[in-house]
Write a protein that binds this ligand. Structure first.
Ligand SMILES: [Zn+2]
Length: 240
């Protein structure tokens, strides 16, 4: 059935297994309800990334049914690869946004979207999360930015994600009135960013409820970020 050479088929199977397993992390960390949220992972097949593929969650499928063979294989225009495993189902309604990110950010190997509570609360106010805890400086190198208001139907969500995150240290963007999208060097890295952005959103929210926030000086943020990304051995910055 599969039209792919065995090496490519193997790469696809590996990413399918990763992405299926990683969806369970969204549930484990309480980032999703019902069938909401999605993880995708890029299959690197070409030098410049333009001929790559990605796998993504099918539309409207429960998390208990997310076996590797239920994931959908797409090209970077978001079109389902005909005849591929799982191609009888429709891909996630966020597929166009994921595809746009992969097309325009060849360094990105994974994309995650959730409606996690605290991150959405910041997005609903259109307010960036200020960098007031060292864990944020480590992980995101500064504040978590807000992206434009955009609705499903064309490339506008993907465009908003790319415009906001390109050249930014943060691997997370809060799309206004919507929620977080995260990117990473691979799908696991993007899932980690989704977990960490919700943790930061919750902690900073709680802190501000109790009193004024104390900013971290930019120079200290830079040092923390540099140490964590380069020295600490957590080299996960997808845009370097
Ligand atoms: Zn959404």
């Amino acid at each position: 059935m599969t039209p792919f050479a065995s090496e490519i088929a193997q790469a696809i199977d590996g990413i399918r297994a990763d992405v299926a397993r990683l969806h369970a992390e969204l549930v484990r960390y309480g980032l999703v309800v019902w069938t909401g949220g999605n993880v995708s992972g890029r299959i690197r097949l070409s030098e410049d990334g333009s001929g790559d593929l990605f796998v993504i969650k099918p539309s409207g499928i429960g998390y208990d049914d997310l076996a590797p063979e239920n994931l959908i294989l797409c090209d970077l225009d978001g079109a389902v690869i005909p005849g591929s495993v799982g191609s009888d189902r429709a891909p996630s309604s966020d597929t166009a946004a994921h595809a746009y990110v992969y097309r325009n950010m060849p360094e990105v190997g994974g994309v995650v979207h959730t409606h996690s509570d605290y991150a959405v609360a910041w997005a609903a106010r259109g307010e960036e999360i200020p960098c007031v805890i060292t864990a944020m400086a480590d992980e995101f190198g500064g504040p978590i930015p807000v992206g434009p208001f955009a609705v499903i139907g064309d490339d506008s969500i993907g465009r908003g994600i790319v415009q906001t995150l390109r050249g930014h240290r943060s691997r997370a963007v809060l799309m206004q009135n919507h929620g977080p999208f995260t990117i990473g060097a691979d799908a696991a890295d993007a899932v980690k960013a989704a977990v960490m952005v919700e943790d930061a959103a919750r902690t900073v929210h709680l802190a501000r409820e109790a009193g004024p926030l104390i900013p971290i000086p930019q120079e200290a943020i830079d040092r923390l970020y540099d140490r964590y990304q380069h020295v600490y051995g957590q080299s996960t910055d997808a845009r370097r």
